[in-house]
Design a protein around this ligand. Structure first.
Ligand SMILES: Cc1cc2nc3c(=O)[nH]c(=O)nc-3n(C[C@H](O)[C@H](O)[C@H](O)COP(=O)(O)O)c2cc1C
Length: 199
């Protein structure tokens, strides 16, 4: 399928059909695609938690603001977390990156205040979200990216120590009753001439 068709097909799903199961192979593919996501200096300051267990998903749904219903309906919830403990993450960097990149990271860490460094980390996690969204539609899966989660409560429930949840992605198949389907609610975007500059 052509990339523009896929971009038109993908939409933020508001109602899922929980009776349709996601093939295991698609879930495994999504894990691998996220692991392969690009990041600045290959820093990979993330963890992706895959939740299929309905009870655990329901517990997280309760602390997901306006997203509760769709998280309960979707068969899979992927939580995107960012490295939050810099000393712990230093060990990850030193054990997984070549020395040249470790040195580069160390110079960035020395220069940036902690809040800016963490902000830079978070930007990398958003890149992985974009990669995940594209992968889902390419596999024929529907999804909803969600910032509307209570990250601190997610962290407690998931018992994450050094990574902080900042985003979630509900994945499954849309319900025919979903009013946000592109056939019902056409895509709304700014005009190409406003956002694309070709020189
Ligand atoms: C980073 C991010 C966070 C979002 N958070 C939510 C959310 O919490 N709940 C929700 O229903 N949609 C959420 N959305 C969906 C957007 O509202 C949606 O992508 C946007 O309106 C464009 O519509 P489309 O994706 O259907 O084309 C989010 C999208 C992004 C990219």
């Amino acid at each position: 399928m052509k990339v523009v068709e896929l971009a038109n097909q993908r939409y933020a799903t508001k109602r899922f059909d929980s009776s349709k199961q996601i093939p295991k192979e698609h879930i495994e593919n999504l894990k691998e695609v996220l692991r392969l996501a690009p990041s600045s200096i290959n820093i990979q300051p993330w963890q992706f938690t895959f939740i299929e267990n309905p009870e655990l998903k329901a517990e997280l749904a309760k602390v997901s603001l306006h997203n509760e219903e769709k998280i309960n309906q979707a068969n899979l919830l992927v939580v995107f977390s960012v490295a939050d403990d810099l000393d712990e993450f230093q060990k990850v960097v030193e054990s997984s990156l070549p020395q040249g990149l470790v040195d580069w990271y160390n110079s960035i860490r020395k220069t940036l205040p902690e809040s800016e460094l963490k902000n830079w980390f978070a930007k990398q996690v958003y890149i992985a979200l974009g990669v995940g969204l594209s992968a889902c539609v390419a596999m024929g899966l529907d999804s909803t990216p969600m910032e509307g989660i209570e990250g601190d409560k997610y962290q407690e429930i998931l018992n994450h120590k050094s990574y902080k949840p900042i985003l979630a992605l509900a994945v499954g198949y849309h319900s025919e009753e979903d009013r946000n389907r592109v056939e019902v609610t056409p895509k709304s975007r700014r005009a190409a001439e406003d956002v694309i500059i070709s020189l």
